[in-house]
Design a protein around this ligand. Structure first.
Ligand code: SAH
Ligand code: SF4
Ligand code: F3S
Length: 442
């Protein structure tokens, strides 16, 4: 029997994409996927380092896994424990020191080496070079068929926000070639995908050169969207995450002209206070952000926005926090994520004095209430409207299907016919929590 493997994925969609590729890589190398973590021959943890809680999860899972490994040893069976992803890149030595049962540590740009390493009797324990090109070259066509598929188009970050580990865990910015992305998108569509979500730490700084009329010319995100939208059968294009300073006119115009490009922009700001933005090294002010939102709304009427916020950043006063709430009030976000600041080892802000934890917790609660209320308000404005929904999954109930609107809101309907993969018009009847229920318009 082939050796079995299981991957547990933590963190962002870039990790989800990596895990999918790692799955395929191992399957094509003759390993068998299993849904039973504890009994697998190869247990892989694809980790996230963004906040302390995310990293600590790895160490508690490793504790459990090593006990399983020991038990297997007693009955003469082997288990490999492998750690990959951003914690692996950031603290490979620490992982091996804290848990002796870990066999290999692979950074996110090295996991393509795994099948080769597993076949060797003796191998290096830590692999953490930034081998972007080799990584993407090793990717085969995706074996998992879904209506909505992720494609990493760019990795790494050169922005160095002072709280963030990403520039250290994912390395310098790297953009995949247009040809590579186009080929992957086309094969996904041939295999049933209707929607492509382009991923990157900063997709808006995507840049790759192609030869046009005999000359080398750069392609940026707007043009990449235009190129991909020519793929027959592809119905929707999305991208995330963008940095405000990289959004250019070409991309905004593309949103205006390209009906396949969805009117939804995830545009993290982190704070509404200029003092905090400066200390975070975000490279933009609140006025710049508000001006950008105004400009985009002026050109693309139905555009909706989401964002990320950090509360309790070192030095954040009541007044700074009020400025964040004021900015939220001005923009009116469709949805957003908010986090309590977590000091990360090696980042410039980690040496700054943290604010009182109780105050940070109170602010987090307040911002989450405010953002939830805004999301509800945004959703309520769609009640009784007719919207186009791309159906991607079965619902929990009999004959129930779930899809998403152009603004990413989940919609539940009933249908006797299988409607997965179709874009259909739905009259929105009800809103429960954050999802809609409606009727198909025939
Ligand atoms: N590239 C994106 C997002 C990167 S990480 C951007 O530029 O915004 C996703 C989110 O995690 C960030 O937007 C930020 O809100 C949050 N985050 C990053 N580092 C953090 C930290 N040290 N503590 C709390 N939240 C953090
Ligand atoms: Fe992190 Fe800032 Fe880069 Fe986003 S832009 S990944 S928050 S350093
Ligand atoms: Fe986490 Fe790495 Fe993504 S730190 S958020 S898995 S880029």
């Amino acid at each position: 029997m082939n050796r079995s493997f299981f991957i547990k994925t933590y963190g962002c969609q870039m990790n989800e994409y990596d895990s999918e590729k790692l799955n395929d890589l191992l399957k094509f190398s003759g390993y068998e996927q299993t849904s039973n973590f504890e009994n697998s021959d190869i247990a892989i943890l694809n980790t996230c380092h963004i906040r302390e809680k995310a990293s600590e999860k790895l160490y508690s899972d490793l504790g459990r896994l090593s006990a399983f490994k020991e038990n297997k040893k007693k009955i003469g069976k082997k288990m490999h424990i492998i750690v990959t992803g951003c914690v692996a890149q950031a603290e490979g030595d620490e992982i091996l020191k804290r848990n002796k049962s870990v066999d290999f540590v692979f950074g996110p740009q090295n996991f393509h080496e795994l099948p080769k390493i597993l076949k060797k009797k003796k191998a290096k324990k830590i692999h953490n070079n930034f081998l972007y090109e080799e990584k993407f070259k090793s990717f085969s066509l995706s074996s998992e068929k879904n209506v909505s598929k992720l494609i990493t188009i760019q990795e790494g970050c050169d922005k160095f926000c002072s709280f963030c580990v990403v520039p250290y865990t994912r390395g310098k910015e790297f953009s995949r070639t247009v040809e590579d992305i186009y080929a992957e998108a086309r094969s996904l569509v041939e295999n049933g995908a209707k929607e492509i979500i382009m991923l990157g730490q900063n997709v808006s700084s995507y840049k790759s050169s192609v030869i046009k009329s005999g000359k080398d010319q750069n392609v940026f995100l707007g043009e990449l969207c235009r190129i991909l939208s020519k793929i027959d059968g592809l119905k929707r294009i999305r991208y995330l995450t963008s940095h405000p300073i990289d959004i250019n006119e070409e991309l905004i115009d593309e949103h205006k002209q390209n009906t396949k490009l969805m009117p939804f922009l995830h545009l993290p700001i982190q704070s509404g206070s200029n003092k905090i933005l400066k200390s975070m090294n975000r490279k933009h002010t609140r006025e710049f952000y508000l001006g950008l939102i105004k400009k985009i709304k002026g050109k693309v009427k139905n555009m909706a926005f989401s964002s990320d916020f950090i509360v309790g950043y070192p030095g954040e006063s009541d007044n700074d926090f009020e400025e964040t709430l004021d900015l939220i009030e001005k923009v009116k976000f469709a949805s957003s994520y908010s986090f309590k600041y977590s000091a990360r080892p090696g980042t410039p802000s980690s040496i700054k004095k943290c604010i009182d934890d109780n105050i940070a917790n109170k602010r987090l609660k307040k911002i989450q209430q405010t953002l939830n209320a805004q999301q509800r308000e945004f959703n309520i404005s769609f009640l009784s409207d007719t919207v186009e929904v791309l159906f991607s999954n079965k619902g929990k109930k009999n004959n129930q299907f779930v899809g998403r609107t152009p603004h990413l809101q989940p919609v539940h309907v009933f249908s006797k016919e299988n409607i997965i993969g179709k874009i259909l018009r739905v009259k929105i009847e009800r809103l429960t929590s954050f999802s809609f229920h409606g009727n198909l318009i025939t």
